[in-house]
Design a protein around this ligand. Structure first.
Ligand code: GRF
Length: 197
C-alpha cells in the first residue's frame, strides 16, 4: 500500500549520480508552494555530481553519501536513516547509477520510483539508447516505474515515445528521449501523489 494521496504536501527525496537534468525538471514541478508535494532532499553517491550543485542552487538540502567499493550496505544504512530523519514520503531515482538491495527497496516499495531511457521491458540496464540503436528499433522512449528488487523491472506508471531515425547516434537519440523524460517524470509523480497509480 502506497498510502497516497496523503492529504498534505508530500516530502520528496531525489537520488541522482550525475548532471541532474531530471532533478531540475522535478524541482521546477514541485517547488515548496506545490500543495501536492515538494523536494526536501537530494542525495548523491558522487561528491561532484551536478545534481548536488543544482539542489544547493534551489535551496534544497544536498547530501553526498559515499558508496565505497563493496560498501553498498554503508550507503544504504546512512540513506535509510536520513530519509527517516527528514520524514520523506517518496523517493525518486533520477539518474542514480547504483542498484539498491532488497533491504533498502522493500520498506519503500510503492513509494520509490525510477526513470529509464527506454520503453521497458525493452533494453533495461546500462546504455539503453545504444541498445535500442543496435536493435534497429523504429521507436524508443522513456519509462517511469515503481522500483522493485529487480533491475528496471517494477510496475510501469507511464511511458513516452519518440521516433528513432536511421541517422541517429547515441547522442541524438538520448537528447530526444531526455526531453520526454523531463515531461514524463513530473507527470508520473503527480499521478502517484494523487493516488491514481
Ligand atoms: C537519464 O537519461 C535517465 O533516464 C537515466 O540517466 C539519465 C540521467 O540524466 N537513468 P540526468 O542526470 O537526469 O540529466
Amino acid at each position: 500500500m502506497s498510502g497516497f494521496p496523503l492529504g498534505r504536501p508530500a516530502r520528496i527525496a531525489v537520488f541522482a549520480s550525475g548532471r541532474g537534468s531530471n532533478l531540475e525538471a522535478l524541482l521546477e514541478a514541485f517547488p515548496p508552494e506545490n500543495p501536492l508535494g515538494h523536494i526536501v532532499l537530494v542525495v548523491s553517491d558522487k561528491a561532484d555530481a551536478g545534481a548536488l550543485e543544482k539542489a544547493v542552487r534551489a535551496g534544497v538540502e544536498a547530501v553526498h553519501i559515499p558508496w565505497p567499493k563493496g560498501g553498498r550496505q554503508l550507503f544504504e544504512q546512512a540513506a535509510l536513516q536520513l530519509l527517516a530523519e527528514r520524514h520523506v514520503d517518496l523517493v525518486l531515482l533520477a539518474g542514480f547509477m547504483r542498484l539498491l538491495s532488497p533491504a533498502f527497496v522493500e520498506p519503500w516499495m510503492g513509494r520509490i520510483l525510477n526513470i529509464h531511457p527506454s520503453l521497458l521491458p525493452n533494453f533495461p540496464g546500462l546504455h539503453a539508447q545504444k541498445q535500442a540503436l543496435e536493435a534497429r528499433v523504429q521507436e524508443s522512449g522513456c519509462t517511469v516505474h515503481f522500483v522493485d528488487t529487480g533491475m528496471d523491472t517494477g510496475p510501469i506508471i507511464l511511458q513516452r515515445r519518440v521516433p528513432v531515425f536511421p541517422d541517429d547516434t547515441e547522442e541524438t537519440l538520448s537528447a530526444r528521449i531526455l526531453a520526454e523524460e523531463h515531461q514524463a517524470y513530473p507527470e508520473a509523480v503527480r499521478r502517484v501523489l494523487m493516488g491514481q497509480k
